[in-house]
Design a binder for this molecule. Structure first.
Ligand SMILES: CC(C)(COP(=O)(O)OP(=O)(O)OC[C@H]1O[C@@H](n2cnc3c(N)ncnc32)[C@H](O)[C@@H]1OP(=O)(O)O)[C@@H](O)C(=O)NCCC(=O)NCCS
Length: 187
């Protein structure tokens, strides 16, 4: 057995398959709130113990979950959308688990699901308040800055998605396959 494994990297398991979908079940919603707490309370310390607010009562939660054997296993991404005024939709609380960032375009797919879903519900504008360090990320995804603001004591940009790049859809879920690492060794 040792001989068979010789030369094979000793590295943690990294999932290759993710599902991005509207969070409907209790475990999806629990994972969605737990991830938001991890990122916005523990990691970024934007909020003390809980980042929930009045928008949660009306928002549609969206999650990304990594899959094991084709089944959703753990919530590793989150975002929420809501209609702030007729036709004007907003996205907020975008978060990807630290260990899954810049891996499989999970953040980009959450944004695509968020904006295209709102577009499908009739959005004529889609806006978000984006932390400064993520402005370039959003620009590359066809968003433009409408100006700077300070939120929770941190610099943000008001940003708007180019809806022409986010066709309306009514899909409940999409699947993502993470590209394989280039140095993967095959036994
Ligand atoms: C911002 C965040 C959601 C991005 O998620 P992610 O899953 O790492 O992003 P993706 O893998 O989809 O990134 C897509 C591309 O953008 C790049 N990218 C990711 N974050 C970026 C950033 N902040 N600035 C510039 N480029 C970025 C990735 O490298 C990738 O590039 P590639 O297509 O050339 O490979 C994630 O870093 C996060 O959760 N951060 C903490 C919470 C936070 O800041 N939330 C947003 C509040 S506005």
């Amino acid at each position: 057995m040792t001989a068979i494994l010789e030369g094979v990297d000793d590295r943690p398991f990294i999932p290759t398959e993710y599902v991005v979908r509207l969070a409907r079940t209790p475990w999806e919603q629990a994972g969605y709130h737990a991830l938001r707490r991890d990122v916005f309370c523990t990691e970024q310390q934007v909020f003390a113990d809980d980042d929930r607010d009045a928008i949660d009562a009306v928002a549609i939660p969206i999650i990304a979950a990594c899959c094991m054997a084709g089944m959703p296993d753990r919530v590793v991404g989150a975002v929420r959308i809501h209609e702030a005024e007729p036709g004007v939709w907003r996205g907020s609380r975008l978060a990807v688990h630290e260990g899954h960032r810049k891996l499989g375009r999970i953040g980009a797919e959450l944004i695509r699901m968020a904006v295209s879903t709102a577009h499908g519900f009739g959005a004529t504008q889609f806006l978000a308040q984006v932390q400064e360090q993520n402005v370039l990320f959003f620009r590359r995804l066809h968003w433009k800055s409408l100006g700077t603001i300070t939120l929770h004591g941190l610099p943000h940009h008001d940003m708007q998605a180019n809806l022409a790049r986010y066709p309306a859809h009514g899909q409940d879920q999409t699947w993502l396959l993470r590209p394989q690492p280039r140095n993967r060794q095959v036994a």
